[in-house]
Design a protein around this ligand. Structure first.
Ligand SMILES: CC(C)(COP(=O)(O)OP(=O)(O)OC[C@H]1O[C@@H](n2cnc3c(N)ncnc32)[C@H](O)[C@@H]1OP(=O)(O)O)[C@@H](O)C(=O)NCCC(=O)NCCS
Length: 244
């Protein structure tokens, strides 16, 4: 059980070479903010990830060295992968299959470029190169066991897209990353990857499949809605930076 107002994220801190934490609560008022500031000072924190229930903060943060950067709306969507039929266009000559070790370099290249809509790329404190490296590392780790299954869209010579599948608690699954290379978008490959993942999740007893994306990511959001996902929750990402 979390005790303080947040937790220090060891992996993110090491990766970005900043002390980074995540706040536990989705609502903070002036009193809670004072407690957060003192916890963050004690731990020499540089940045706190804060997923807020509301876009508008209920107070104006004052007299502190901590500044709130609003980085966009996060939408959570859900679907039963075994229910209904999700129709999508044929991906033409591209086939979907589980990842092979020889795919990983190509997937890393796709991943480094694909996720520019995310809060990391939008945060002016985080260098673009590090954000690219973050998503490159994420897909590599997914292929090496962090995800239960990675499916790849395979073109005539090279992988052109991927989806990572995670099995959570009983009956629950989550899509981690989904991307198609920029030059191959709009040909039904994203839909085919999702459709194939539904079979994987269904065969593994998943009844509640979750995915998170940015509400402003029209291509991602349209694709999920078209494939039968329903919006479940909207929240607002802030990064709180200590600027001294
Ligand atoms: C989202 C993404 C995976 C879609 O892949 P894709 O292969 O281009 O998708 P498809 O060709 O299968 O399109 C399926 C549906 O998605 C939606 N869609 C795809 N691209 C779209 C766009 N540029 N604008 C609006 N809707 C779009 C449409 O509903 C489309 O159906 P339609 O062709 O009948 O109109 C791809 O754009 C991508 O990699 N984006 C960057 C990473 C990302 O945002 N990932 C998802 C969120 S984490």
């Amino acid at each position: 059980m979390p005790t303080g107002p947040g937790e220090i994220l060891k992996w993110d801190s090491r990766f970005f070479k900043k002390t980074i934490g995540r706040l536990n609560s989705r609502e903070i008022d002036q009193a809670a903010f004072r407690a957060i500031c003192s916890w963050a000072r004690q731990n020499a924190m540089d940045c706190l990830y804060f997923l807020s229930r509301k876009k508008q903060l209920p107070f104006a943060p004052q007299q502190s060295e901590f500044f709130f950067y609003y980085l966009g709306r996060r939408v959570l969507l859900e679907k039963n992968p075994g229910a209904g039929t999700a129709s999508h266009r044929s991906p033409g000559p591209f086939t979907i299959r589980p990842v092979q070790p020889s795919d990983i370099d190509s997937l890393e290249k796709i991943s480094r470029q694909a996720f520019r809509e995310t809060r990391f790329f939008k945060d002016p404190h985080l260098p673009e190169k590090k954000c690219q490296q973050l998503y490159g590392t994420w897909i590599k780790k997914s292929c090496r066991g962090m995800a239960e299954r990675v499916l790849v869209a395979w073109g005539p010579q090279l992988p052109v897209g991927f989806i990572t599948c995670h099995l959570l608690g009983p009956g629950e699954g989550q899509i981690g990353l989904l991307a198609v290379s920029e030059t191959h978008r709009g040909r039904g490959i994203g839909g085919a990857l999702l459709s194939e993942s539904f079979d994987y999740f269904k065969n593994n007893g998943v009844k509640r499949l979750k995915v998170v994306t940015q509400a402003d990511n029209q291509s991602g959001l349209n694709l999920y809605l078209k494939m039968g996902f329903k919006k479940k929750n909207l929240a607002y990402w802030y990064h709180i930076w200590r600027e001294i």
